[in-house]
Design a protein around this ligand. Structure first.
Ligand code: ADP
Length: 380
């Protein structure tokens, strides 16, 4: 990539949102080779990529965090047990270097705590190259609400509102929407301020996401920061009118965001279409797409790389498309999504389209009452 940048005379390198986008070593090599890395500085990626140091940094800056161990778990088993008693069960053991919903384990009682920690440590070492784990209170039925931030090189940072990503399967998002049906304008204001403080405290640059868990009483707690553009960024683009990729490039080129005014208009929903079989426990379903017809029309956006004749490899992530519908209100956006899902024809593989169709008819989803436990509780 660096050689390609050299021969083409590029000024900067956009890391996409795959594995290079949160790789501090890559960002550092880009910086050292004299190119602009489109994203935050490598030190910021390193700091926020380690969930233990990120949480520590946030606590220092006054951002509320999920109650838990003060940093990585100690070696002394008695201290760990005391720690967990103080936090109160259930607790969740999480890998400092974890991501993608992997490297975490919920523990309901003391008897299995130490063995669960050991298993998580060895899994973390194998998957992420670091056995460091920490522990926090496992919130029983939270919402996952995240704030999109944008920061320039001149000390300005703004919030572009929230996304609700509570609909998850095995801690992995499957549907996202903006605004969140739960968030009031007062909560939006407070979470936005916390996220902007978080960004300013690490001299953040570029687009980033500050993830929070929100409990029943609308208390919110910092969980982690993603220092890249995210899969679900389109819903924010749709309701703010900002093209986030363009903004990433502009701030990397040194432009100021001092006069940006963010207004949220309408409602936007994104369904992740994965090559998985929802009737068979969401088993991956790679293979050749024999026929494809994408939905379209007013307020329907489809982001995808696939085409008729394309073969989905079993070696990569199973997400193959995102359908994003936008309308004046949430109900209209749901109706539009139903139509778009019905119009989507894809043959040769199984996809999560039938699952999303069912979801759009679910009463609780329609009411906007759901938590991260939704899938489990509804036997999807
Ligand atoms: P990753 O980096 O793998 O995405 P996160 O730390 O963002 O991991 O957590 C992913 C999801 O796991 C959250 O959206 C939430 O559903 C669940 N989760 C993580 N921490 C907690 C917690 N303390 N209490 C309840 N659920 C949690």
């Amino acid at each position: 990539i660096l050689s390609a940048a050299e021969v083409t005379g590029a000024d900067g390198i956009h890391p996409g949102y795959g594995f290079l986008s949160e790789n501090a070593d890559f960002a550092e090599q880009v910086e050292r080779s004299g190119f602009k890395f489109i994203g935050p500085r490598s030190e910021t990626i390193r700091l926020m990529g380690d969930k233990v140091s990120a949480k520590h940094q946030m606590r220092k800056s006054g951002v509320p965090t999920v109650p838990g161990s003060d940093g990585a778990l100690p070696d002394d088993p008695d201290e760990i047990l005391r720690n967990a008693r103080d936090i109160g069960y259930p607790v969740i053991v999480k890998a400092a270097a974890g991501g993608g919903g992997r490297g975490m384990r919920v523990v309901h009682n003391e008897e299995v705590l130490l063995s669960s920690i050991e298993v998580t440590q060895s899994e973390a070492a194998a998957a992420f190259g670091s056995p460091v784990v920490y522990m926090e209170k496992f919130l029983q039925r939270p919402r996952h609400v995240e704030i999109q931030v944008l920061a320039d090189q001149h000390g300005h940072a703004i919030s572009l509102g929230e996304r609700d990503c509570s609909l998850q399967r095995r801690h992995q998002k499957i549907l996202e929407e903006a605004p969140s049906p739960l968030v009031t304008s007062d909560l939006r204001q407070r979470m936005g301020e916390a996220a902007v403080n978080a960004a300013l405290s690490v001299q953040y640059e570029g687009a980033g996401t500050v993830e929070f868990l929100v409990d029943d009483e609308l208390n919110f707690y910092f969980m982690e920061m993603n220092t890249r553009i995210q899969v679900e960024h389109p819903v924010t683009e749709q309701i703010t009118g900002y093209d986030l990729i363009e903004e990433q490039i502009k701030v990397a080129a040194g432009e100021s965001i001092a006069d940006y005014q963010v207004q949220l208009t309408g409602h936007s929903i994104e369904c992740r279409i994965n090559a998985e079989d929802p009737d068979n426990n969401f088993r991956p379903s790679p293979g050749k797409i024999t026929n494809l017809h994408l939905p379209g029309g007013h307020g329907v956006r489809v982001d995808t790389h696939v085409y008729s004749g394309y073969t989905i490899s079993p070696n990569y992530d199973s997400m193959i498309a995102k359908i994003i519908t936008t309308d004046r209100g949430r109900g209209e956006a749901i109706n539009k999504m139903k139509r778009a899902l019905d119009e989507f024809v894809i043959e040769g593989i199984k996809t999560t389209i039938p699952f999303h169709r069912k979801l759009m008819d679910n009463e609780d989803y329609i009411k906007g009452v759901y938590t991260t436990k939704f899938m489990e509780e509804n036997n999807f």
